[in-house]
Ligand binder design. Structure first.
Ligand code: IMP
Ligand code: MG
Length: 185
């Protein structure tokens, strides 16, 4: 029997694969001759980033940041704390932030401001998922995988209380699970 915490499937494995390949091709074309640095936001984006990076065929590097958002269990406040910063300066690099999901947009807004202040040559966002209905700040990622409805999503890196990141698809949280840690990692 399937785990009742796993609700309806929102994005199937084949669709993830196809879209990641398309994004990789698009990014490879756009960043040819540039100095591409992928900045993964821990932990959720790691799975997407690992697949995406293998579909990019121009030279690129990777670094990671970990952030936590202050706020209630399900709403991020926009006040972000850096838990792990980048290993190296990004001045002059073409930085592409890789995120799992854009919800309110507050975390990304903070990251764009913070990294933007470090004088990268360029700064863009690639997000696997977006929940447009939840957006509190105007922010459109340059590269986007899928729009999903206003449901708490798990799988392919996204967690519910740190579980379910290993699912090969993106699902909605089923009725047996209560949403939490929206401002998580
Ligand atoms: P935002 O600041 O409200 O955009 O929240 C962004 C972060 O909250 C994401 O990077 C995720 O870590 C987490 N998050 C938001 N929505 C979901 C969800 O549906 N499932 C799992 N994590 C989520
Ligand atoms: Mg995240």
């Amino acid at each position: 029997m399937r785990d009742p915490v796993i609700g309806e499937i929102l994005v199937q494995p084949d669709d993830l694969k196809r879209r990641v390949r398309e994004l990789g091709e698009q990014i490879s074309a756009d960043y040819a001759g540039k100095d591409l640095l992928l900045v993964g936001v821990l932990k959720g984006a790691v799975f997407f980033l690992a697949d995406l990076m293998r579909q990019i065929d121009v030279p690129c590097e990777v670094d990671f940041m970990a952030v936590a958002s202050y706020g209630s269990a399900t709403e991020s406040s926009g006040v972000v704390r850096i838990l792990k910063d980048l290993d190296r300066p990004i001045e002059g690099h073409d930085v592409l932030i890789v995120e799992d999901i854009v919800d309110s947009g507050l975390t990304l807004q903070y990251l764009l401001r913070n990294l933007g202040a470090r004088n990268p040559a360029s700064l863009e966002v690639c997000a696997l998922l977006t929940k447009p209905e939840r957006r509190k700040v105007q922010l459109e990622p340059r590269y986007l995988g899928f729009e999903i409805p206003d449901k708490f999503a798990i799988g392919y890196g996204l967690d519910h209380a740190e579980q379910y990141r290993n699912l090969p698809y993106v699902a909605a949280l089923g009725s047996a699970g209560a949403p939490e840690t929206a401002g998580g990692t």
